[in-house]
Design a protein around this ligand. Structure first.
Ligand code: ATP
Ligand code: MG
Length: 457
């Protein structure tokens, strides 16, 4: 990473060069950093983004890179994607690019295809107007009024996310103090902190995510209000919280982000069942299992490997599931139905908060319900389990449990050897599981048991 001071020293003290209008019509001044005084080069911008920027410019419109990509480029990181903003209306943008599509109902955006990439283009937007666009709790209900670039800057979340890269002269435009904040490594909400959190409580999750991702610190006021405003997250639709949870936990910084979420009392609003039991640790399992899983996830992402959200949610929700399983067994429910009930209860409760789609909960359920089956290895069972499509994930989960202190080390080692052994070795391993004298215990006659009623998620 480049030294921030080196990047910014030359221009940070410069006087603003143009004037614009800010939030509540306060006059604000924009700082313009010419190409010679910043490090963003066109080589770092994707071909698709350049195609869109130039296409709009040639059609006579303004066009800028904005948001996370400008921030990341200035910090020396590779941007995840390139967002573009313009004074052209979505319909005008659509006319400029043959391979484009209008999307969104409330606020229209345009997706422009170039090669394999899709670039999102948004028209400058104005901040919401208090009486018309905001509900009783201060939440933005309408956000669909086009505006000027200055207005567009002030309605963004953090100052470091409100920087514009101008394709006309390659300068950077800063209305809100983002350059100074990047220089001092501060994530600062634009405007009045409480109002902005009320307008959209997801901004708290974004604040925490950016700390985890960028290693910058929160501005004191932006930080101070998170614990007290965190309960506002209960008004956010569960589907949106699912999307945000993936960003929080699958961006390669899950371990540190998770600690921050707990520290700021945000985690309890996303995963309340886990939060409750994390405070009643037993033999140290809960924290270590989750942290180990998150560290593994980060490592896999760093190595370019895939991670499945199902495994992540299996780890996050394992402790409440394990405890409920235990309680069910104590109520004399046999182990497997006891686990199935626990799984169903935990998932049903969780999806009301964070709407994990069924395609993931089905796999999470498999990972968990295969756990007791991994203990049943006699006869043909181990061989059959090996062919189960979710065997690998269940085995990885078993390893995680063993590493986190559950008394499963021997079992985990057995499976580690078994899966890679040849068939005759496997058979020997299974044979060795039966008692050496091979005295057949007299089987009790089977009693038919009522199947537990399974609810579906
Ligand atoms: P990254 O893509 O690296 O996660 P980002 O800042 O680009 O980070 P996006 O979700 O892609 O995040 O959003 C693009 C830009 O849109 C942001 O940089 C910010 O300017 C604006 N933005 C996103 N979400 C909000 C929000 N909830 N409130 C106000 N502005 C937002
Ligand atoms: Mg982005």
């Amino acid at each position: 990473m480049l030294s921030l001071n080196k990047i910014f020293d030359r221009f940070a003290k410069k006087k603003p060069r143009i004037r614009g209008r800010g939030l509540d019509d306060n006059v604000s001044e924009a700082l313009i950093i010419p190409r010679s005084e910043h490090t963003i080069s066109r080589k770092q911008i994707s071909a698709a983004a350049l195609h869109v920027l130039y296409g709009l410019k040639e059609a006579g419109y303004e066009s800028y890179l904005v948001g996370g990509c400008v921030r990341d480029l200035l910090l020396g990181h590779e941007p995840k994607d390139f967002d573009i903003t313009t004074n052209a209306t979505p319909e005008q943008v659509h006319k400029v690019f043959r391979r484009s599509q209008l999307i969104g109902r409330r606020f229209k955006l345009v997706h422009v295809r170039h090669g394999r990439e899709i670039i999102e283009v948004a028209t400058f937007r104005a901040p919401p107007q208090a009486e018309i666009d905001v509900d009783g709790a201060g939440r933005i209900m309408r956000d669909n009024v086009y505006g000027t670039m200055e207005q567009d800057a002030w309605r963004r979340d953090f100052t470091i996310n409100a920087l514009y890269y101008n394709i006309r002269d390659f300068s950077i435009i800063d209305y809100t103090g983002g350059i100074g904040d990047l220089k001092s490594g501060v994530i600062k909400l634009i405007g009045d902190v409480e109002t902005r959190y009320r307008e959209d409580p997801v901004r708290m999750l974004r604040a925490v995510r950016f700390v985890g991702k960028l290693g910058l610190k929160l501005d004191p006021e932006t930080e101070k209000l998170i614990p007290q405003c965190a309960k506002l997250l209960s008004d956010i639709p569960a589907a949106r919280l699912f999307e945000e949870s993936l960003k929080l936990y699958l961006s390669g910084n899950a371990a540190v982000t998770h600690e921050l979420l707990c520290h700021y009392h945000v985690f309890e609003h996303l995963f309340p069942q886990t939060d409750k039991v994390l405070h009643t640790e037993q033999d140290d399992y809960p924290r270590t299992l989750l942290m180990k899983a998150l560290e593994n996830t980060d490592k896999r992402i760093d190595e370019g490997k895939t991670v499945t959200p199902a495994f992540l949610f299996a780890a996050i929700l394992w402790e409440p599931t394990r405890q409920l399983w235990q309680q069910n067994k104590e109520r004399n429910i046999p182990p497997i139905p006891a686990l199935q009930r626990a799984v169903t209860d935990v998932i049903l409760t969780q999806v009301t908060r964070v709407a994990i789609p069924k395609r993931f909960t089905v796999m999470t359920r498999d990972i968990w319900t295969l756990q007791p089956r991994l203990e049943m290895r006699r006869g043909k069972r181990a061989f059959r389990l090996l062919t189960h499509p979710k065997f690998r994930a269940a085995y990885d989960f078993l390893l995680l449990r063993a590493e986190s202190g559950e008394p499963l080390t021997e079992l985990a080692e057995w499976w580690t050897v078994f899966q890679f052994a040849d068939e005759s070795e496997q058979q020997t391993m299974v044979n060795q599981l039966t008692s050496p004298t091979k005295t057949k215990a007299k089987r009790k006659p089977r009693r038919r048991r009522k199947k537990p009623v399974e609810k579906s998620e």
